[in-house]
Design a protein around this ligand. Structure first.
Ligand SMILES: NC(=O)c1ccc[n+]([C@@H]2O[C@H](COP(=O)([O-])OP(=O)(O)OC[C@H]3O[C@@H](n4cnc5c(N)ncnc54)[C@H](O)[C@@H]3O)[C@@H](O)[C@H]2O)c1
Length: 340
């Protein structure tokens, strides 16, 4: 079994999910960590018994890892991924692919040019509930699929934005609730609809009293090529993090995915539910689920190159949908403003 030497770049909130997974899988070894905040890098290096760096290029030059995982602010995903691939490393990036679509495209081009593998984390696709929902729809068990609805009603305030200034602006984050919190739900809706997007009508708002530039609420209707309607409502103006809900409505039944679990109610009265996975929670916060270790294990699977490439193509399609939502709502982002 090939052993992969892996570095993690960015030692903030999500990084422990990667470091724990890399330390516990049989074919991966965490060999280096990096953060521009030296204390964060040092603490992670001490915890996982590997060298700590503040400059990722120096780390890659000195350690020659097989792969790097990017746990960085959104605007850094593309430039750092491109640099690392040009230095010969495979890259597994956290979601979103990048702060904007243009940078995401550059990542794919670098992967093609260098031959390095590029993957993007969307760990909620690996929840048992998501897997059952996808399978049931793909097998036609809901009959003709008519609509997919996604709802996220969470709470984020200025204390949250103070924990990482990059989260506040379109330039550094690429958006607010849409690209940061609700992207998993949007991605699941798009994945379940399983067709290209042909039209998007959306509104994007800032209703709350945070000092962030980025939106805190968005709603809209997506029309998919197969006629499925995708309705979404995402906000971080709630007083608590309510359970995320994804619903699919078909001619033969309805399904609901919530809390990572899926329940299908068929028209004839039968009910089907997923079996919860037995994996222990691994990482920073329980809300991120157990999907990270599953997706990271897939990234290092033998003969898994095409599946890894698919994760990048899927991430690109979700990134494009985000750009389309902003464009529909008249929000100026790097994707909607001309380069000239
Ligand atoms: N999959 C999930 O459910 C999930 C959950 C949370 C965050 N994320 C994603 O993970 C990524 C990081 O988010 P976070 O919440 O951990 O952010 P964070 O701000 O807590 O961590 C980012 C870290 O990157 C470091 N950094 C910045 N520039 C750097 C550079 N040039 N070199 C090295 N380190 C640098 C920062 O100092 C910081 O410690 C984002 O893409 C975010 O969307 C994903």
């Amino acid at each position: 079994m090939k052993q992969y030497r892996v570095c993690v770049i960015g030692c903030g909130v999500i990084a422990p999910n990667h470091m724990e997974a890399l330390s516990s899988l049989d074919n991966t070894q965490l060999v280096g960590v990096c953060d521009v905040i030296a204390d964060r890098a040092k603490a992670a290096g001490e915890k996982y018994g590997c060298p700590a760096y503040t400059d990722y290029k120096q780390m890659v030059r000195e350690l020659h890892p097989d792969a790097v995982h990017l746990c960085l602010p959104h605007y850094l995903h593309s430039p750092v991924a491109v640099d690392c691939m040009e230095m010969g490393c495979d890259v597994l990036s956290e979601k979103p692919m990048n702060a904007n679509y243009k940078g995401a495209l550059a990542m794919l081009e670098a992967s093609k040019r260098t031959g390095c593998r590029l993957g993007v984390i969307f760990q909620n696709r690996y929840n048992t509930g998501s897997v059952l929902a996808k399978k049931a729809i793909a097998e036609g068990k809901l009959g003709k699929l008519l609509s997919i609805n996604g709802m996220v009603m969470w709470h984020r305030d200025d204390a949250y934005y103070a924990s990482g200034e990059w989260r506040k602006s379109y330039e550094t984050s690429g958006g607010g609730v849409l690209i940061n919190q609700a992207i998993h739900t949007l991605d699941l809706c798009r994945w379940l609809a399983d067709a290209p997007v042909v039209d998007v009508k959306a509104t994007v708002s800032h209703h709350g009293d945070t000092s962030a530039e980025v939106e805190d609420a968005t709603e809209g209707v997506i029309t998919f090529e197969n006629g499925v309607k995708g309705l979404f409502y995402f906000t971080i103006n709630n007083t608590f993090d309510d359970s995320i809900v994804v619903r699919a409505h078909g001619t033969e039944g309805d399904l609901t995915v919530t809390g990572g679990r899926c329940k299908i109610v068929y028209k004839d009265g039968r009910v089907e539910e997923d079996k919860p996975d037995e994996l222990q929670f691994c990482g920073a916060k329980a809300v991120y689920g157990t999907g990270h270790i599953i997706q990271i294990a897939h990234f290092y699977e033998e003969n898994g190159d095409e599946a890894v490439r698919q994760t990048a193509l899927e991430a690109l399609a979700t990134q494009k949908l985000i750009a389309d939502i902003f464009a529909s709502a008249g929000i100026k982002t790097a994707d909607t403003v001309s380069d000239k």
